[in-house]
Design a protein around this ligand. Sequence first.
Ligand code: SF4
Ligand code: SF4
Ligand code: SF4
Length: 330
Amino acid sequence: MTQTNGKPKIAFYWAASCGGCEITITELGMQLAVVGDLVDIVFWPCVMDFKYSDVEAMKDKEIDVCFFNGAIRNSENEHLAKLLRNKSKIMVAFGACAHEGGIPGLANYYDPESILKWVYDDCPSLDDSRGTRPCASTNVAEGEITLPIFYENVKTLSHTVDVEYTIPGCPPVVDQVESVINTLLEGNLPAPGAVIGVDEKTNCDVCTRQKGLTGVRIKEFKRPHEIEADPDICFLAQGLICCGPATRAGCGLPCIEGNMPCRGCYGPPVGVEDQGAKLLSALAAIVDVETPDDVQRVIDSIVDPVGTYYRFSLSDSILSELKYKQRARD
Ligand code: SF4
Ligand code: SF4
Ligand code: SF4
């Protein structure tokens, strides 16, 4: 990596994020101290007391690499994405939320008012609704106070600014993050646009469970708590939905080794535009249906279909676009 003044300058930022991606960075442990010796961390508001004005005062492209986690849910997220883009030579979409909208992106199934209504009026943990809604601007005796504007849709980082690299995962696994940071520090930069730290196979290609999919016919799907899964046999063959056929390899299969099905957090493999559609087609190939009642029985056995097919990728899906267009028409 080239830099003009001594150590490379690194920034970490979280937008619409749960904080898990930041925890992954801290899980580098002592390796973080080594990285800290090699780089100059110039912005990391989750951990150190940096202000936005510190970034605004930097020269354009002064930051060598910005690791940006979280989706773009509101105007503050977008402002920081654009500001950090201007100040950074390399922008990395870090984690599933920046990559594909992640869990926050599931909100794209609903219109903004129904989300606010649930949060401020209908949520069972509320005593009573006061009809409150966040206001972008409020005048008080001391002056105007502002809040970020809640957007119609959750966007990915690459919907918002140009992104050089993507590190997928919810969160990215620690070993992979360490190896990617070392790769970047050594200057071994892949071609822009690359998803780094992964390979071109699917999780099914690298999974060692007995697949036996040929001839497997599933009459209904189960949830993981409903059966005791055999740790050696493919989850799909046991009637448990596993996103392996529609997920890029590279995580090391921590969930599958823990006897839990893959949920798809590494995103779609090369050549797949829509991860949920790919998973749906893989499931359709193994169900045992002959009549409309059989079809309904299988559909009914999938609890939360959108959250199953698109747990991490709804923001970047054909379905999200269709929902947005439908809302615009209504
Ligand atoms: S990718 Fe996962 S761990 Fe990272 S911010 Fe999003 S929800 Fe949290
Ligand atoms: S569906 Fe899941 S359990 Fe089955 S082979 Fe693929 S990754 Fe492994
Ligand atoms: S097994 Fe699936 S859900 Fe688990 S870390 Fe890997 S890609 Fe993510």
